[in-house]
Design a protein around this ligand. Structure first.
Ligand SMILES: [Zn+2]
Ligand SMILES: [Zn+2]
Length: 229
């Protein structure tokens, strides 16, 4: 089947047999930079934790990403998220597995894998939750439990482009709600959050804070792309 229906590489778009061609995979590996273990921002090679995480530790414990936003995989990620090319989720999962083949991407025992939720409003608009599609694949491939109903997201009306930092933060805190029927999925558990892109980390930080407020032992993030600040 592979030979009859070649796929295009998610890096260079050339038709070949795999989700990502060897050239692009090697390029990703070669260009891989040293990153902060906690927030995945590129940092000095002697540092495990970046200055920002040391002075203002985020609520999550660790973050792993495939590459930077703006790099080789950006266009494919855009096609996936905004043009409904859901099949690309499997290509990202394949690339993730190839990238972390030698080093296990799982830092600690994880009880639940959860996606960054979308509000029902956004879900209807987009038709799918890009984080959940990835989460389902990761959960199968790494044999972890996944549940999209542990945290929900409220739709908050209005334009937030003029809101100041504090207003945005309050909005974000009001955004997530814990499912009262799933509290035992959080209390004393190690949770892995899946998302497609991590920009400032504010959303993931708020989610981690909410989960820890409800007793989560540790919260980790896997994101496909990380925006370098
Ligand atoms: Zn390629
Ligand atoms: Zn950091």
């Amino acid at each position: 089947m592979k030979f009859l229906l070649p796929t295009s590489c998610i890096g260079c778009k050339e038709f070949q047999l795999n989700s990502i061609c060897d050239k692009c995979l090697n390029l990703l590996k070669y260009k891989r930079t040293h990153r902060c273990q906690q927030c995945a921002i590129p940092c000095l090679s002697k540092q495990d934790i970046c200055d920002s995480c040391q002075s203002h530790p985020p609520a999550f414990n660790s973050t792993l990403c495939l590459d930077s936003y703006g790099g080789l995989l950006t266009e494919s990620l855009h096609d996936y998220k905004y043009h409904g090319k859901i099949a690309l989720a499997a290509c990202f999962a394949d690339t993730w597995q190839s990238m972390f083949k030698d080093t296990s991407p799982i830092q600690s025992p994880i009880e639940w894998m959860i996606p960054v939720p979308l509000s029902t409003h956004k879900l209807h608009q987009r038709g799918f939750n890009q984080a959940w599609e990835l989460c389902k694949l990761f959960s199968k491939r790494y044999r972890m439990n996944a549940d999209p109903f542990i945290l929900g997201r409220n739709h908050i009306e209005g334009d937030q482009s003029h809101a100041n930092r504090e207003e945005r933060l309050i909005r974000l805190i009001n955004t997530f709600r814990v499912n009262p029927k799933k509290l035992d999925h959080i209390n004393n558990k190690n949770i892995l959050i899946i998302d497609d892109v991590m920009t400032t980390g504010a959303t993931l930080n708020t989610m981690a804070q909410v989960l820890k407020d409800f007793g989560a032992q540790s919260v980790h993030n896997w994101v496909i792309l990380r925006t370098p600040l």
